[in-house]
Write a protein that binds this ligand. Sequence first.
Ligand code: IMP
Ligand code: MG
Length: 189
Amino acid sequence: MSSALPLPPELERVLFTRPQLRRRVARLGRRITVDYAGKNLVLVTVLRGGAFFLTELALAIDLPLTVDFLAISGFPGATVQPRVVQVLKDLEEDLVGKDVLLVEDVVDTGLTLAYILRLLRARRPASLEVCTLLDKNARRIVDIPLRYVGFQVPDVFVVGYGLDYRQRFRNLPFIGVLREETLADPSRA
Ligand code: IMP
Ligand code: MG
């Protein structure tokens, strides 16, 4: 790993270094710049994890755009399965006629994304596509077309660059794999 930071003991290894993330995000930004030229681009993300990726992606897109945020509850992540979804914070922009790019940190089962896409589609945007930093394809339950994907990831629990385990590790500047023991023993993290 090229990061000089010591690896927290709860992590097993680094999956993507800061330079790898930076390069990949820059490339996605260039593609989006080409694809969305002349459009009404709105980047939308789901708090809190996606905000990190959205920020860097937006800086890599050389077009006029706006950003908006959504917060939901009910998808607590690793250890608990989704049940009820609630909108905790709604978007502030009207999406009618806009070209919406939903920016996600990770698509795992796809259940969260399916819910959010349904919600956004009802707002009648001109177009609606997905850009996810990570695609954990092996665990997909709902098939969702992902227009832009940063990296494919194996079926492991990853943290850093916005991704959390119980709200921790979001500020790691790299993406790392959480140790199985950490996940298995809730008192450790
Ligand atoms: P879904 O299974 O695709 O609905 O993913 C739901 C949410 O679970 C994601 O938006 C993340 O917040 C969280 N999640 C899934 N996999 C990981 C992971 O490996 N690390 C951290 N969060 C994850
Ligand atoms: Mg989360």
